[in-house]
Design a protein around this ligand. Structure first.
Ligand SMILES: Nc1ncnc2c1ncn2[C@@H]1O[C@H](COP(=O)(O)OP(=O)(O)OP(=O)(O)O)[C@@H](O)[C@H]1O
Length: 234
């Protein structure tokens, strides 16, 4: 569960994003869309306490902007998972996927079946024996989600999770996210510049421009609404 009110993200005196209100309930997917530089990533980073921000952010009961380092570490490590554009680059190249996941589980004191987490994202558990360079971009993205599942994530924050992938692989990753949020009641907040993609998955679309929220659409969207968003973006 994510609840945001009066959020303002700053870099020095520059206000990069201003979000008056945003809620993502368990089982929901909300997308933030907007052109480059509109403040999408800054918003996402502030939600995990990774940017200078004021206002109120509550994720899984943690008051993020006032939490101490230990509470934030616990939140980021298990309850709220960040899925980035190219997870392959973030994986240590000389560590097999299974060893990496085992280490992460141990670090956070979590006991979970790695095989079950792999199957939940439609990956063959045999891939746990591979090195990062031996899997595809789409598999790496699903591995990042499997890791989140194994660690017991309740919230997934995804920053352009599919923009480095080709269209069919994008669809696989989106299908996995869709299934997980329904089956496991995950709250998914996704940042994307791809309106066509998010309109297939999001319950709500928050449109940002120049650091401001300029509109929110609720599913089902009309063509006119989507066209208006394209206008607001461009
Ligand atoms: N670390 C930083 N220091 C200073 N300014 C930053 C920093 N990160 C982002 N900004 C500025 O904040 C504004 C919002 O950037 P942000 O990355 O949030 O946009 P975005 O919508 O995610 O863009 P993109 O789609 O290109 O990732 C921009 O003006 C950007 O230049």
């Amino acid at each position: 569960m994510i609840e945001v009110s009066d959020l303002e993200v700053r870099y020095g005196t520059h206000v990069a994003a201003s979000v008056p209100a945003l809620t993502v309930r368990p089982g929901e997917c909300v997308a933030i869309v907007g052109e480059s530089g509109s403040g999408k990533s800054s918003t996402l980073m502030a939600l995990l306490g990774l940017a200078e921000a004021s206002g109120n952010v509550t994720i899984c009961g943690v008051d993020v902007l006032r939490a101490g380092p230990r509470e934030l570490r616990r939140l980021r490590g298990s309850k709220a998972a960040l899925v980035m554009q190219s997870p392959q680059a973030a994986l240590p190249p000389t560590t097999r996927l299974g060893a990496f996941m085992r280490r992460a589980l141990k670090l956070h004191g979590v006991r979970a079946s790695m095989e079950e987490a792999m199957r939940a994202v439609l990956l063959d558990p045999a891939l746990l024996r591979r090195y990062p360079h031996e899997i595809s971009g789409g598999q790496a993205q699903r591995f990042a989600i499997a890791l989140a599942i194994a660690l017991g994530a309740e919230v997934i924050l995804a920053d352009e999770p599919t923009s480095a992938l080709d269209v069919t692989v994008q669809a696989e990753v989106i299908a996995v996210l869709q299934r997980l949020r329904a089956e496991r009641d995950l709250a998914v907040l996704m940042v994307s510049h791809d309106l066509a993609l998010v309109s297939t998955i999001a319950d709500r679309i928050v449109v940002m421009k120049d650091g401001q929220v300029v509109g929110t659409l609720t599913h089902p969207y009309t063509r006119q609404e989507l066209e208006a968003v394209f206008g607001a973006q461009g």
